[in-house]
Design a protein around this ligand. Structure first.
Ligand code: PFF
Length: 450
C-alpha cells in the first residue's frame, strides 16, 4: 500500500490540527481553573518543553522512518529478535477509546452552536440547568449530535490523506486561529484581561497538590496528541527532507500558544464580570455563555465564534484519532479505506452511546464501572494511563532500541538538532521522559505517593 504524502504546510497544519483540540480550548482552561491557575500552568509549560517536545520528536521519527501504520512501523524498525516491539504499535487503538467520549463532547458543541441562536442564558442557574438537562435527560438529542460528529469525521477520513485530512486542516486551522486571535484582541480591551494574566501566570504554589501535578503532566501528553500514534501515523506521510525537529517545534509551539490564548480569552471574560474560574468541565458550557449574555447581541456573536472555533478544533483532532487504526486496517488486513472507516466508526459510535447513557439519569447506574460513569472511566484511562504508557514506550524505543547511530544520523545533522541540543534531547528521551512517566503511572496506580 503506497502511502500518500502531505505537503510541508499540509503536514504542519494536520499535526497542529491534531494537537490543537478540545484539550486546548475546553480542557486546559477548566483544569487551570480547578487547579488554581499559575502554578498548574507552569508545571504544564515545563512538561511540554522538557518531555512533550522530546517525545513529539521521537514519535515523528518513528513515523518518518517506518513510513507505515503504527504496528508495522515498530515491527520494521525493531532489530531482529526484538520484533515483539510491534505490540507497542497497538497504542494506535487508544485513539478509538478517546473517540468514544471525544465525539460526544463534539456533539455537545454542535448542540450549543444551534441553541445559541435561541439566546444566551442570563444566569448561571439557567445555564447550569440547560447543560445538566442536556447531559442527564436529553439522551436522544445527544445521540443525534454524536452521530453527526461521527459521520463528519468518517467522511473526512474516508477521503484520505490528501483530499480529506490535508484539505480540511488547511481550511479549518487558519479559520480557528483567526477566530481565537480576534477574540483575544477584544479580550485585551477588557479590564478582566489583567486579572486573567495574573491568574494564569502568577504561580500560587499552595494550590499545587500532587493531583494537580500529575494532571498537568498527563494533560501535556493529551494536548500534544502524544502516546497513541496519531503524530506517528501522520509522520508516515511526511514529505521527504522535512526537518523533524523544526516541524515538531512549530507544532508544539502552536499547540501551547493556542491553549494559552484560549485560557486568556475565557478568563478575561469571566473576570470582567467577577465570575469564578473553578467551574470544572462546565466552564465553557455554563460559565462562558452566561457571562457572554452580558454583552447582548455582541455576546451571541462571540459565543457563536467561540463554539465554532471549538468545533473546528475538535474535528481536526478527531480525524487524527481515527486515522491510525484506519491505516492499520488498510495495511495489515488489506481493507479498503471506506470499509475500515465504517467498521471503526461503528465501534466508537456504539461505545460513545454508552458514554452518553452513563451520564443520564435513567441509565447512569447501568453504564458505570466501579461507581464511576463510563464516560469518566474512558477519559481517565486514556488521559492518565494509556497515553503516558504510550509515551513511555516511544521514549524507550527511540532511546534504547533503535540503533543509536541511526537516530544520530537522522537527528544530529545541519537540518536538525545542533550537537548540544541533540545531547539534551537524547538525555530527555533516555532518562527524563521515561522516569517521569513511570513515576506518574505508579502514582496513579497508588503504588507510590508523591
Ligand atoms: N490533542 C487533542 C486535544 O488536545 O484535544 C486530543 C488528542 C488528539 C489526543 C489526538 C491524542 C491524539 F492522538
Amino acid at each position: 500500500m503506497k502511502i500518500q504524502r502531505f505537503s510541508r504546510i499540509g503536514f504542519i497544519m494536520a499535526a497542529a490540527g491534531s494537537a490543537v483540540g478540545l484539550g486546548n480550548i475546553w480542557k486546559f482552561p477548566y483544569m487551570t481553573g480547578v487547579y488554581g491557575g499559575g502554578a498548574f500552568v507552569l508545571v504544564y509549560l515545563v512538561t511540554i518543553a522538557f518531555i512533550g517536545f522530546s517525545v513529539m520528536v521521537a514519535e515523528m521519527l518513528i513515523g518518518a522512518l517506518g513510513r507505515s501504520d503504527t504496528v508495522s512501523s515498530f515491527e520494521k524498525l525493531a532489530p531482529p529478535g526484538k520484533k515483539w516491539w510491534k505490540y507497542a504499535g497497538f497504542m494506535g487503538f487508544n485513539g478509538i477509546i478517546i473517540m468514544t467520549f471525544y465525539s460526544v463532547v463534539i456533539g455537545w458543541i454542535f448542540y450549543y452552536l444551534v441553541s445559541i441562536f435561541g439566546g444566551l442564558p442570563d444566569s448561571t442557574q439557567t445555564a447550569k440547568s440547560i447543560f445538566n438537562d442536556l447531559v442527564a435527560n436529553k439522551v436522544n438529542l445527544q445521540i443525534f449530535f454524536h452521530t453527526l460528529s461521527v459521520a463528519i469525521v468518517a467522511y473526512i477520513v474516508h477521503k484520505g490523506i490528501k483530499s480529506g485530512i490535508e484539505k480540511i486542516n488547511l481550511i479549518l486551522m487558519p479559520s480557528l486561529m483567526l477566530i481565537l486571535f480576534g477574540l483575544l484582541a477584544y479580550a485585551f480591551s477588557l479590564d478582566g484581561f489583567k486579572e486573567a494574566l495574573a491568574f494564569m501566570f502568577e504561580p500560587k504554589w499552595e494550590k499545587l497538590n500532587s493531583e494537580a501535578f500529575i494532571r498537568a503532566v498527563g494533560h501535556s501528553f493529551f494536548t500534544l496528541s502524544l502516546g497513541m500514534g496519531a503524530i506517528m501515523t501522520y509522520a508516515a506521510s511526511l514529505p521527504k527532507d522535512t526537518s523533524i525537529t523544526k516541524t515538531a517545534f512549530i507544532v508544539t509551539f502552536m499547540d501551547t500558544l493556542i491553549a494559552l490564548v484560549a485560557g486568556l480569552v475565557i478568563f478575561s471574560f469571566l473576570f470582567q464580570f467577577n465570575a469564578q474560574p473553578s467551574q470544572g468541565p462546565g466552564l465553557v458550557f455554563i460559565s462562558l455563555p452566561t457571562i457572554l449574555s452580558n454583552f447582548g447581541t455582541l455576546g451571541v456573536f462571540f459565543a457563536l465564534l467561540f463554539f465554532l472555533a471549538l468545533a473546528f478544533a475538535g474535528i481536526t483532532s478527531a480525524i487524527s484519532l481515527v486515522e491510525p487504526v484506519v491505516q492499520y486496517l488498510i495495511d495489515r488486513f488489506g481493507m479498503t479505506r471506506t470499509k475500515a472507516v465504517i467498521v471503526i466508526s461503528l465501534v466508537y459510535w456504539l461505545v460513545g452511546i454508552g458514554a452518553i447513557l452513563s451520564y443520564s439519569k435513567a441509565w447512569g447506574d447501568v453504564f458505570s464501572i466501579g461507581g464511576k460513569p463510563l464516560f469518566d472511566v474512558l477519559e481517565y484511562a486514556t488521559d492518565s494511563i494509556l497515553l503516558p504508557l504510550g509515551g513511555f514506550l516511544i521514549a524507550i524505543f527511540v532511546g534504547y532500541v533503535l540503533p543509536k547511530s541511526e537516530v544520530r544520523a537522522h537527528l544530529n545533522n545541519p537540518n536538525e538538532f545542533k550537537a548540544i541540543l541533540y545531547k539534551i534531547w537524547l538525555f530527555s528521551i533516555r532518562y527524563i521522559a521515561p522516569i517521569a512517566l513511570i513515576f506518574m503511572m505508579l502514582n496513579l496506580m497508588g503504588i507510590i505517593k508523591l
